[in-house]
Design a protein around this ligand. Structure first.
Ligand SMILES: Nc1ncnc2c1ncn2[C@@H]1O[C@H](COP(=O)(O)OP(=O)(O)O)[C@@H](O)[C@H]1O
Ligand SMILES: [Mg+2]
Length: 262
């Protein structure tokens, strides 16, 4: 049995008075890739954002239940959300490099987190991060050029390098390939397999093939509609990816993966 690095215990998220997602229990295993799948609006991004306290930045969002990160309660008032986001990084759907040089895109995070090394140490960290994100060879001769001048797939790998630079334990990726062409998508998927040696990955994807190709564990979320027409996201089941795609326990999962809805 794998060690869990993140545990969600009966987690519900409200936006104002509306219950967006309810009663989620799941564990994220260390050095594995966990994929969140399910139809649009079922709360995948909402739960992902709980894991690095990004919902704190959304006015009206409230998180109930308990989320632990290692032995820490993520929502303990003593936890510093900025420190949480250094240890649990995020990569978004649209590549969003800073309008700065490639070098500065990587150096920025460590610097604001109090990097104490010399210029040479920073050069090493920049190189290591870009190498880990499999983009060093493409950018090593143009570190002073703008990150925005890269292709979409390169920008996304730059954003992954930027996330790696603060040496997180977990990297969250919300539909990281949905703005990319198929070749860039495959290069990011290959990269994920390398990254899981050193990091724990949680990815949201609407692409079931991507989940089945990349993930160790897959969580299926769905929207439930109550008698009054209210829609609430639920975690239907989480299991080994091979089990989810070959013999899921819940009918709703079976219907979704066989394309009957969603
Ligand atoms: N910032 C927000 N403010 C209000 N409602 C939101 C916000 N973000 C998401 N929601 C609502 O929460 C529900 C879950 O959304 P989301 O987590 O984005 O789903 P998914 O990522 O699975 O498509 C949806 O009903 C959505 O409209
Ligand atoms: Mg989403």
């Amino acid at each position: 049995m794998q060690n869990a690095i993140i545990n969600a215990d009966n987690v519900s998220v409200y936006y104002g008075s509306s219950l967006a997602v309810s009663g989620v229990n799941l564990a994220i295993n260390t050095n594995q890739i966990t994929a969140f799948i399910g139809p649009s609006g079922c709360g995948k991004s909402t739960i992902l954002r709980c894991f690095n306290r990004l919902n704190d930045l959304i006015a009206g969002a409230r998180v109930k239940g308990k989320i632990t990160f290692g032995s820490h309660d993520l929502y303990d008032p003593k936890m510093d959300p900025v420190a949480v986001r250094r240890r649990i990084g995020m990569v978004f759907q649209r590549p969003n490099p800073f309008p700065k040089s490639i070098y500065e895109n990587i150096a920025f995070g460590p610097r604001i987190n109090g990097f104490k090394g010399t210029k040479g140490d920073m050069d090493d960290l920049v190189e290591r991060s870009l190498r880990s994100a499999a983009i060093w060879n493409e950018v090593k001769d143009k570190l002073k050029e703008s990150g925005l001048a890269l292709s979409g797939g390169q920008q996304q790998r730059l954003c992954i390098a930027r996330a790696i630079a603060t040496e997180p334990e977990v990297i969250l990726m919300d539909e990281p390939c949905s703005a990319l062409d198929p070749i860039s998508t495959l290069s990011i998927e290959e990269l994920m397999q390398e990254l899981k040696q050193n990091f724990t990955l949680v990815i949201v994807t609407h692409n079931m093939q991507q989940a089945s190709r990349t993930a160790d564990m897959t969580a299926f979320f769905n929207t439930e509609i109550d008698a009054s027409g209210k829609r609430t996201g639920k975690l239907v089941e989480i299991d080994r990816t091979s089990t989810i795609f070959s013999s899921p326990k819940q009918t709703a999962t079976e219907e979704y993966i066989s394309g009957r809805f969603g």
